[in-house]
Design a protein around this ligand. Structure first.
Ligand code: ATP
Ligand code: MG
Length: 576
């Protein structure tokens, strides 16, 4: 491809809305351009990167036994009514009406549609398993679309779905997908981790996320040298250090003490000469069904994802100051479980293991000391709602865990019968009994993975594409385009590289060298070949890698061999 025949337009300025490197660089390098919030054009260079990634994905999906199909982007509401998601999905679901006022939505994911395909055809266990995937445009009306392709509203996803007669068969497919995902990210040259992920409140299922490590990642990951790794939303901890002993004689029964204007646990603790870990922190939440009082040890924080799962609710928010007053009888900052009758109380185990403690008195400017969990209040639910943080002991080996940031590029999930049951996607087992199919689903963000590759591979001049994802592997740069012999040499090299099947872009523009080099650094082609007057005078061209910039002079008649040799060397560094 010749630069002057394609469509590459780089920008000098960062886009005003770009908060992260990948967004900034992908727009500036002319890979993508914005159409509306979270909606992008994939320009020729950007599309080449996506196509290369998709090719790797397709190879690994086929290898894992999945067959490609393509489902529609616009899907009828009836299917979503059947699964119950038409009402469960909030404003993220883009709903449309056709000319007959029938409801449709633009698919944010395709469990319903694929389940409908399978239920029409599968009758017997002999037709299982089924494993299907597609690479397709999704739409999710995200609250905060941002970061370019990382959190778009319209984005490309690879989504696969598998259907099985029994859990053991799902297990086989799940492991094959897990391997395929590892291979995809390894082949792309990305450094990633696989972590345990939240399974929501379906329960019992297994789920893993694949995270590309990057400081700009939206997810927190806790991991340990023993190999444990989990999304912070889900991470457990080993036994936490016990609260320090009560520093003086604690009252035998709960005793109110004045704590004027001391609302935070830290402030009250300092005021009463206690430690935060001596306290019960009581937070009042409002769910889709009820108010709940949630108790956590004073030195810890609540993990709202765990809490949602424990409560089995879909929406959860902190109650307003007025509602807290109505529910507890006391102002915000003074809530406590003693004498709370009208709300369900959920306690973290860290609270129940406190022998004696202090907490809000549900009255202005007052706390209770000498409270004994189990005796003075009895929670309806005891569940782990503790937010794990760096330094907490690993649940497997007890060593302190570390926290990293990651970009969730893939998510695999044992769904069980969540969709097959309500949608009646069933088969007859070997005894002739009708059973719902057992399902798995496997998502991978195509655009997000490309963006994550940029987050992980760049410097202050631009992108440094890993070879497998580069829009072109090699760029051939013509300097001194006013000199016929230089042009002729460059044309000749271009022709022979193409003949050798090299993925090359010929920068044949009449631009100054400085402009060209800035663009090439910005876009980040892995291999650069420079043809100029100076080198040619001694019969050479200059070959370098974007990664280290180290240049070598190559004689004209050895160019193709040098380039193909270098590419082979680079390819050998990654699995193929
Ligand atoms: P997130 O937690 O980041 O919102 P999710 O859990 O909703 O993602 P899934 O439903 O598991 O995402 O979707 C599968 C994959 O699709 C994700 O792992 C991610 O790579 C990609 N993806 C999801 N939402 C977006 C988005 N808004 N923009 C780009 N890619 C996305
Ligand atoms: Mg996810």
């Amino acid at each position: 491809m010749r630069w002057t025949r394609t469509f590459i337009h780089t920008l000098r300025q960062d886009p005003a809305d770009a908060e992260v490197v990948s967004h900034r660089l992908m727009v500036r390098a002319g890979l993508i351009s914005k159409v509306a919030a979270g909606i992008y054009n994939y320009l020729p260079l950007g599309l080449r990167t996506l196509a290369k990634l998709e090719r790797i994905i397709r190879e690994e999906m086929e290898h894992a036994g999945s067959s490609e199909l393509l489902m529609p982007a616009v899907t009828p509401a009836e299917l979503w009514h059947e699964s119950g998601r038409w009402s469960q999905y909030g404003p993220e679901l883009l709903r449309l009406k056709d000319r007959h006022q029938r409801d449709f939505c633009f698919g944010p994911t395709h469990e319903e549609v694929v389940t409908d395909i399978v239920r029409r055809e599968v009758r017997s266990y002999r037709q299982l398993p089924v494993n299907l995937y597609q690479i397709q445009t999704k739409f999710r009306d995200e609250v905060r679309p941002r970061f370019g392709l990382m959190r778009g509203r319209e984005f490309v996803m690879k989504d696969a779905y598998s259907f099985h007669a029994d859990p053991a068969d799902l297990e086989v497919a799940y492991r094959a997908m897990e391997t395929a995902y590892c291979r995809i990210f390894e082949r792309c040259g990305l450094s990633y981790v696989k972590v345990e992920a939240d399974t929501g409140n379906i329960g019992g299922s297994e789920s893993h996320e694949f995270m590309v490590l990057a400081d700009t990642g939206e997810d927190a990951i806790l991991s340990c040298s023993c190999g444990y790794g989990a999304n912070a939303e889900k991470a457990e901890t080993g036994a936490l250090p016990e609260a320090p002993a009560w520093p003086r004689q604690a009252p035998e029964s709960p005793e109110a003490v004045a704590t004027p204007e001391q609302t935070s646990v830290e402030d009250v603790a300092a005021f009463l000469e206690l430690e935060p870990a001596h306290f019960i922190k009581t937070m009042i939440f409002e769910t889709d069904q009820e108010f709940v009082a949630v108790l956590i040890r004073g030195d810890r924080e609540i993990n709202e994802v765990k809490l949602k799962n424990a409560l089995g609710c879909t929406h959860l928010q902190l109650a307003s100051a007025e509602k807290i007053e109505t529910v507890t009888g006391g102002p915000q900052g003074f809530s406590g479980p003693v004498g709370l009758h009208d709300v369900r109380v959920v306690a973290d185990p860290t609270v129940m293991s406190l022998a004696v403690t202090a907490t809000g008195a549900n009255a202005a400017d007052a706390h209770l000391v000498g409270v004994r969990p189990g005796r003075d209040f009895d929670p309806a639910v005891v569940a782990d709602v503790n937010l794990a943080v760096a330094g907490d002991p690993c649940p497997r080996c007890g060593q302190p865990m570390i926290e990293k940031r990651g970009i969730e590029v893939g998510h695999i999930f044992k769904l069980g019968t969540k969709y097959s049951e309500p949608m009646r996607c069933t088969f007859l087992d070997s005894e002739g009994n009708e059973q719902p199919c057992i399902m798995g689903c496997y998502g991978l963000g195509v655009g997000r993975t490309a963006a994550a590759a940029v987050e992980q591979n760049h410097d202050d001049r631009g992108i440094i594409w890993p070879l497998p994802l580069a829009p072109f592997e090699v760029v051939l740069v013509l300097l001194n385009s006013d000199q016929d012999d230089v042009v002729a040499a460059a044309e000749q090299i271009y022709g022979s590289l193409r003949a050798a099947g090299v993925d090359v872009l010929f920068d044949d523009r009449l631009e100054r060298p400085g402009v060209k080099f800035n663009d090439l650094d910005l876009i980040g082609f892995p291999v650069r070949l420079v043809v100029g007057k100076k080198g040619l005078a001694s019969g050479n061209v200059e070959l370098s890698l974007r990664r280290d910039g180290e240049r070598q002079m190559i004689p004209l008649d050895g160019v193709v061999q040098a380039v193909t040799g270098l590419l082979a060397e680079e390819r050998a560094k990654l699995p193929s």
